[in-house]
Every structure is written in C-alpha cells, then in structure tokens.
Design a protein around this ligand. Structure first.
Ligand code: GLN
Length: 383
C-alpha cells in the first residue's frame, strides 16, 4: 500500500539544520557559512597517502577497533598533549566520525529511564540519540556570555543521572571550558556513578594562547569518561567521516560491543593514511594558528557590520547577535539572510529545548578561504 504509516521513534525530530541550511544556500546561491566544513583543498600529501594505501591493497575490512598503527599513533599523540597513556589495544577505538562515536557511547551506557544531562545550546544529535536508547535528556543552559554554568549543571543531577555530556570547544557557542570548570565538574561527579561524555572534536581549535582543557587531563574525569575526537576537524576532511573514542578499558569494552554492530569498522585506506600522516606532530600543531587567523579576519569584518559578535574562544564558529538589524526570530531571519542577502548561517534556537526568549543570534562558520570570508563580510556589511 502506498500510504503505510509507522509510529515514529523521534516524533519531534525533523531534518537536521545543517542539511536544511546547506540545501537552502545551494538553492539560492548564498555563501554557505552554515554547516561547518572547510571550503579549501586538503593537503596533497594526505591524498597521496590514501591512494598509496588503496594501491597497496588496504581495501578490505579493518580490524573492528581500528588498525593497530593508527591506534598507536593516536595514543602517542594523546599522551604527548594530555599526559595520559591510553592502551591502544583496549582503550582506543577508531570510528566513522564523531557523531557515530557519540551514538555508540550513548548506546553502550544509556538504559531506559536513565537521565542524561545536556547543556543547551547543544549539538543537535545529542538529545535524539539519548531518546532513541530510551533515556531522558535533561536540559540545562549555558550561563551568561555562553559560558559553562556549573551550578545549573549540578542542580540538574538526580539519582537517575547516568551521563553528563560536555563539549569543549563548544559548538555552537564558540566558548571553551577552562581548568576551573573542569575542576568544578570533577567536584560534582565525585562519589557518584555518573559517566562523562566529553565531546572534544574541536580540540585543536583553541585560540588566544589558551590551552585545551581535555577531560583526559583530569584523572577523576578520565576514569569515567568517553572522550570523542574527530579527524575531519583537524585535517579538513569532514567528508571522510573519521574520528575516535578513548575510554578506560571497562568503558571501552561496552563501547566496542555496540560499535561492532553499528559500523563494525571504519574506512581502511584512510586509517592507513592517517596513521602515517599523524606521525608528524606539525600536522596538528599548526591548526590553531591557521584558524585563529581566519577567526580574526572574519571578526574584524563583522565588527564593521551591524552584527554584534560574541566571544569566540575556540571551534570554527562565530556567533553574532543581530538585534540591531531585526526583531525576527532567528529561523526567519536566517532564511531571509540567505535568500535576500546571500549569506547562509545557522539559527541557534534549534540547539535548545526551549530557546531563551528574545535571543537573536546566528552562527557563522569561518572555516573558509579568505576570499569566501571577505565576500561574506561584504554582504553582511550591506545589511
Ligand atoms: N558539525 C557540523 C556543524 O556543526 C555539521 C555536521 C553535520 O552536518 N552533521 O556545522
């Protein structure tokens, strides 16, 4: 029959905003600063390494947890940066991107009725994934200036809390967690059996001389954490859908039980290429300066417009308040910005369970060539 209907498991969920806005940008020929992805070419050396891996015959399933060479280079990098040696054999798993790693981690630990604390504005896969596994998302908000509000998070903890999800640098807010925040989180979780899911996919996009406060740096947090990373954000290869998860042996054991049945293993030739490419720390050490320059270029431009930029401490997203331009809700204004002014951005209300009344903020992605940024600024200054 042509009209079979099934009861939705996610009745409130539509199509992700990233797909909606990128499609709109394409339809109306707008400069796409909405969905976060680089518009510049990747390193030729990396492409050659993938080609070499394919020609060398690395085209069949990788081991379920990832090829040993890549897990080893990941463990070495993490030890170098965050001072803890994860065991590549039992504590590192290569995934098909950060989103899959988050899905798998939540699938491994969320039981029906469990509460998962989510800090809004939150990346849009968090809450639906919790719901799919029968959990209950408990939403709290970032505090003033889009900074972590430890008191609000602490107040949301109940005996049913199973996981706290944090994200630093934060998408979409562009703020980072600092040492004091991490210590507060350690304090509030001490003596509980609450797990931490720490989404650190923008670890290398931290600016102004600050350092990335990884959950790995804090033994108390590390022991209860799944820490999620992404190769796409570091090497400008979002379309390769490659990432990894780190966790203690016991937590990783449960993670892999799910991982083996939702992807089994991630792309083999790309794993070989990354294992080789990452041996040189320069390949990721140059990332912060590279993006800081882009942030500065976009920020200077934006300051000449009627948009009011918020602080961007990390990630490749710049928030801007448009209250001086329009009173429209952000979804309406974002659509008009794309159609009438030729720039696509993300309305951040979609990242809230309940968006704050009267908040008028859009998210712009500055992972773009200078020319793209300059063209966008020219248009934004005309408004
Ligand atoms: N992480 C990207 C962003 O925030 C989007 C990834 C996706 O489209 N799923 O824009």
């Amino acid at each position: 029959s042509p009209c079979m209907s099934i009861p939705s498991k996610l009745p409130h969920v539509g199509t992700t905003i990233f797909t909606v806005m990128s499609k709109l940008a394409q339809e109306c020929g707008a400069i796409n600063l909405s969905q976060g992805f680089p518009d510049f070419p990747i390193d030729e050396n990396l492409i050659e390494l993938v080609e070499q891996a394919m020609r060398a015959g690395h085209n069949q399933y990788a081991p379920m947890a990832g090829i040993p060479a890549l897990r080893e280079v990941i463990a070495a990098k993490v030890q170098r940066l965050y001072g803890h040696a994860y065991d590549p054999e039992t504590e590192v798993t290569v995934t098909a991107g950060g989103t899959q790693a988050i899905f798998t981690a939540l699938g491994a630990v969320v039981h029906p009725g469990d509460e998962v604390i989510i800090v809004d504005p939150a990346y849009d896969c968090y809450a639906p994934t919790v719901e799919l596994f029968g959990g209950r998302p408990v939403h709290v908000r970032l505090g003033s200036d889009m900074r972590f509000d430890a008191d609000a998070v602490k107040a949301a903890i109940t005996p049913r809390t199973r996981v706290l999800m944090i994200n630093t640098p934060h998408n979409p807010a562009g703020t980072i967690l600092r040492d004091a925040d991490m210590r507060r989180i350690a304090d509030m979780l001490r003596g509980t059996d609450i797990l931490l899911l720490s989404d650190e996919v923008y670890e290398h996009l931290v600016f102004d001389g600050e350092s990335h406060a990884s959950a790995i740096n804090y033994p108390e947090l590390r022991d209860r954490a799944y820490v999620i990373f992404s190769f796409g954000k570091v090497f400008h290869t979002t379309g390769w859908k490659m990432g990894y998860a780190l966790a203690s042996r016991a937590l990783m054991k449960e993670f892999r039980k799910v991982h083996q049945f939702n992807v089994f293993s991630a792309n083999t030739p790309v794993q070989h290429a990354l294992a080789e490419y990452m041996k040189d720390p320069l390949r990721y050490e140059q990332v912060p300066a590279f993006y800081e320059e882009k942030r500065d270029r976009f920020l200077v431009g934006l300051r000449a417009s009627r948009f009011e930029p918020l602080a961007c401490e990390g990630s490749y997203f710049q928030l801007a308040d448009y209250s001086r331009i329009s009173e429209e809700p952000d979804t309406v204004f974002a659509e008009r910005l794309a159609r009438e002014f030729g720039v696509a951005a993300i309305p951040i209300s979609v990242f809230y369970k309940e968006p704050p009344a009267g908040q008028r903020i859009l998210r712009f992605c500055f992972a773009k060539q200078e020319e793209t940024l300059d063209n966008a600024i020219e248009k934004l200054c005309e408004i």
